[in-house]
Design a protein around this ligand. Structure first.
Ligand code: FAD
Length: 384
């Protein structure tokens, strides 16, 4: 009979690695989490925090939408669990998504977005403009069309990460910041989870004392150190999944809580914060360039203020830059590398905040029992 792993090493402390580490710890595993920076401070730091299974992207993959709803339905209980363990507020909002057109030009695209959401299985209700204003009184007087997307929520990703890190400390998880995984980390673990987001494909270029060099730079499928078995995935035993970074910028404004609902137009979205609003988001393929072109920031501010003019009075606080992890088909990978004890949870692209609780629960189930849940069957290992 298969024994559940005793000690699991999680590499990467974004929302995905943190959530998996937490769920593994609650299921009795001894967990170490390493991040080469500060946990939660990469892509997760820039995220808006929309929990909206049907609003993001043109792709209408049924399995992904189903995983999104699966995750959304887990959110309330998961957040309550974290809040009662840590005493911290994860700032889970109760508002839904309002889809609006703020001028004549946006009408057609807004109708198209509403159709797309319906095709994906979302529930969209056309609103009388007075009802939209009752939900978000500071919306522009120039509003021409409004829909409500039922069931969507939002959360503050930074508050959620803070609670997750605190929960890991309370569960005695060994959290190592500013720490790149070493061979010694690997030796002590009998299962490893790779949750490095957009940096996944760079693992094979890690320094020579890293286990990933062994996996990536020899011709034959390679041996990873004690307990982890043999890496057979990919023609050369590489971990490569063809992941590319998609840069995204969000503008953070503070000073007052102006919204309770996410407001989306074809050009921008506005996500509420306890003390302000986040305007998102750009989408650029510029590798790992962390600069913020002024044009993108200008457009976010311009269309954000066009949608809710009162944003003009808030304080400019920050432009956050994050790198979304995109696979070729824009679907995540939630699986085990064949013939190894290495697990992969990456490629969450635009939906990692939404997908965190379901990804964590299903990955922990697979790692602890050896059985892969049906819900993540469509997100299997697809080495390049
Ligand atoms: C502008 C923007 C807005 C977004 N808005 C939303 C939204 O509203 N809703 C939503 O659901 N999603 C949203 N997303 C997507 C979401 O932010 C991501 O899908 C999610 O944060 C991915 O989490 P992650 O843990 O995989 O990656 P990350 O948060 O990037 O974490 C990866 C971690 O791995 C660490 N790491 C990498 N390599 C190594 C290594 N070799 N050793 C140790 N550590 C390593 C990094 O330091 C990093 O901390 C948005 C993204 C962006 C950019």
């Amino acid at each position: 009979m298969r024994k559940a792993p005793q000690h699991v090493l999680v590499i990467g402390g974004g929302i995905i690695g943190l959530s998996i580490a937490y769920r593994l710890a609650t299921r009795g595993a001894h967990v170490t989490l390493v991040d080469r920076g500060i946990p939660g401070h990469e892509c997760t730091w820039a995220a808006g925090g929309m929990l909206a299974p049907t609003c993001e992207g043109e792709v209408a993959d049924r399995a992904l939408v189903a995983l999104g709803y699966d995750s959304l339905h887990r959110y309330h209980a998961w957040v309550s669990e974290l809040e009662s363990l840590t005493g911290l507020d994860c700032c889970l909002g109760s508002g839904e998504t309002l889809l609006v057109a703020t001028d004549h030009d946006e009408r057609g695209q807004t109708e198209h977005m509403a159709r797309l959401i319906t095709n994906k299985g979302g529930h969209v209700e056309r609103l009388h403009l007075d009802d939209a204003r009752a939900m978000a009184p500071l919306l522009t007087p120039r509003l021409t069309l409004a829909y409500r997307v039922q069931g969507d929520r939002w959360i503050e990703p930074r508050a959620l990460c803070q609670a997750l890190v605190e929960a890991l400390h309370r569960m005695n998880v060994d959290v190592r910041e500013n720490h790149e995984a070493t061979c010694q980390d690997f030796v002590m673990a009998d299962a490893v989870v790779l949750a490095c987001g957009a940096w996944h494909d760079l693992l094979k270029h890690s320094p020579s004392d890293s286990p990933f060099t062994l996996a990536g730079e020899v011709d034959t499928p390679t041996f990873v150190r004690a307990g982890c078995g043999r890496v057979g995935g990919g023609a050369n035993g590489h971990f490569s999944l063809g992941i590319r970074p998609i840069r995204g910028q969000t503008v953070h404004l503070t000073g007052a809580s102006l919204l309770n609902h996410v407001v989306r137009t074809p050009r921008v979205y506005l996500v509420p914060r306890r003390d302000g609003v986040v305007i998102g988001a750009t989408s650029e393929e510029q590798g790992f360039d962390r600069t913020s072109p002024a044009g993108g920031v200008y457009e976010l501010l311009r269309y954000g203020i066009q949608t809710v003019p009162a944003l003009y009075e808030l304080h400019f606080s920050e432009v956050a830059v994050g790198f979304r992890s995109a696979t070729k088909d824009h679907m995540p990978v939630l699986d085990k590398v064949p013939q190894s004890s290495i697990y992969v949870a990456t490629g969450h692209y635009r939906d990692g905040i939404l997908l965190a609780p379901a990804s964590a629960d299903h990955m922990a189930e697979m790692i602890m029992t050896g059985e892969k849940p049906d819900a993540i069957e469509p997100f299997s290992w697809r080495a390049q």
